[in-house]
Design a protein around this ligand. Structure first.
Ligand code: AMP
Length: 111
């Protein structure tokens, strides 16, 4: 079965898109863990950080830069970016994504 995030990229599955360019798309998480919870993903299917290749370095940097752009667009100064890599770390969708979380106080260490 095809990856759900690839379907979002192709607009076969609906999402609330917050940002999009030729390499990246960012959309609201279906099950928000904070008042603002956006997923930032590459359009290219890369399973996880552990599966990325050197050729992906630029796109990985772009994910972080997109977080900055989204923060500026939404007037957010404090936020957390989370990447779950692997099942035991909490990854459930195997297409790299950064969770962009904001709008509430964040605890540390994470659970
Ligand atoms: P992770 O558990 O780190 O792999 O995160 C996957 C995230 O994708 C979860 O927070 C889900 O709520 C979210 N998610 C799964 N399917 C969709 C979807 N169709 N649209 C938006 N978010 C989704």
């Amino acid at each position: 079965m095809e990856c759900i995030f690839c379907k979002i990229v192709k607009k076969e599955v609906k999402s609330k898109i917050i940002y999009e360019d030729e390499d990246i798309i960012a959309f609201n998480d279906l099950n928000p863990q904070a008042p603002t919870h956006i997923l930032i993903i590459p359009k290219k299917h890369i399973e996880s950080i552990i599966n990325c290749k050197e050729e992906d370095v630029e796109i990985l940097g772009k994910l972080a830069y997109t977080a900055k752009k989204i923060a500026e667009k939404l007037n957010i100064t404090d936020f957390r970016i989370v990447n779950n890599c692997g099942k035991k770390a909490g990854q459930s969708v195997f297409h790299i994504h950064y969770h962009f979380l904001a709008g509430r106080r964040m605890g540390w260490p994470p659970g």
